[in-house]
Design a protein around this ligand. Structure first.
Ligand code: IPE
Ligand code: IPE
Ligand code: MG
Ligand code: MG
Ligand code: MG
Length: 295
């Protein structure tokens, strides 16, 4: 039995300390930007993406210090995506991680800049030779995160998400939206462990299949929580999706249909992990956690 909660908590402590060290201390005339970057990144969040990076890395014997750096880069990118996602022009959210959203605490322009700067810092961390001595490996990491974050990843998905407020999507279209806006970053979180460990192609494919199932399950659970979650646990505004007319699996399949889909994704994740045998038990536990999470 894996005590996932304590493993995630231990990793979250490492992530918090590493992020603290990466983020600029408020100084100079631009101190407000530094404060907003720190506000958006420190002291909250499940830190699931860095945990996945570290866990995937252990499959290939990667030193934790390296996957921690790559995981922090993913977490910064994720933090930026949340700050921009919450803006009035996007989801117009007031609450994030149990606190006012970044633009509410600061202002819109500062939140936009903080997101931009977090994204840039993520790539700076990957490009540093402390992440891996080989420039080829570092380039693979940089290219991988760029693909996951950009037009064919998170940003592309966010565009579809916004446009879907004005038209009805088919189930396949919603899955594609979710694979892009959420799945791409989860896939990269797993993939960076394989890149740092110079894993072979079959192992990379298996891990990527697992991450696809995980990313989709994560977003379906997120959509369910928007309806049936408890704000004291999620730390986010409830009911935003229905109000905005978002295209979600729950809107199309209903609550029961979405739960059934989560069960099917667990089976897919198990199949994908089979080649790794016992070594993948933590990744299996992460999938279980994602399906049942309340925050
Ligand atoms: C929220 O992600 C955004 C989605 C992709 C649904 P998380 O639920 O991982 O947010 P934090 O980092 O724990 O706050
Ligand atoms: C956003 O999805 C995913 C991102 C790329 C940030 P949501 O809009 O559903 O995320 P939450 O519910 O605000 O965390
Ligand atoms: Mg959104
Ligand atoms: Mg949102
Ligand atoms: Mg949501």
């Amino acid at each position: 039995m894996v005590d996932l909660q304590s493993e995630v908590a231990r990793a979250a402590g490492e992530v918090e300390a590493a992020l603290e060290a990466f983020l600029p201390l408020p100084a100079g005339a631009e101190a407000r930007l530094h404060e907003a970057m720190r506000y958006a990144t420190l002291g909250g969040g499940k830190r699931l993406r860095p945990f996945l990076a570290m866990t995937a890395g252990t499959l290939f014997g990667v030193p934790r210090s390296r996957t921690l750096r790559a995981g922090c880069a993913v977490e910064m990118l994720h933090g930026y995506s949340l700050v921009h996602d919450d803006l009035p022009a996007m989801d117009d959210a007031d609450l994030r991680r149990g606190r006012p959203t970044c633009h509410r605490r600061f202002d819109e322009a500062t939140a936009i800049l903080a997101g931009d700067a977090l994204q840039a810092l993520a790539f700076e961390v990957l490009a540093d030779d402390a992440t891996h001595p080989s420039p080829v490996v570092r380039l693979q990491l940089v290219a991988g995160l760029a693909r996951a974050a950009g037009a064919s990843g998170m940003c592309g998905g966010q565009m579809i998400d916004l446009e879907a407020e004005h038209r009805t999507l088919s189930l396949e279209e919603i899955y594609r939206l979710q694979r892009l806006k959420t799945g791409a970053l989860f896939r990269f979180a797993c993939e960076c462990g394989a890149i740092l460990g110079k894993a072979d192609d079959p192992a990379r494919r298996a891990l990527s299949d697992y991450a696809d199932a995980l990313g989709l399950a994560f977003q379906i659970r997120d959509d369910l929580l928007d309806i049936e979650g408890d704000v004291t646990e999620t730390g986010k505004d409830q009911g935003i999706d229905a109000t905005a007319g978002k295209a979600t699996t729950v809107a199309l399949l209903g609550v029961e249909g979405a739960r059934t889909r989560l069960g099917a994704l667990l089976v897919e994740a198990d199949e994908a992990l089979r080649p790794f045998g016992e070594a993948s038990h933590v990744l299996r536990a992460v999938m279980e956690f994602v399906i049942h999470r309340r925050s």
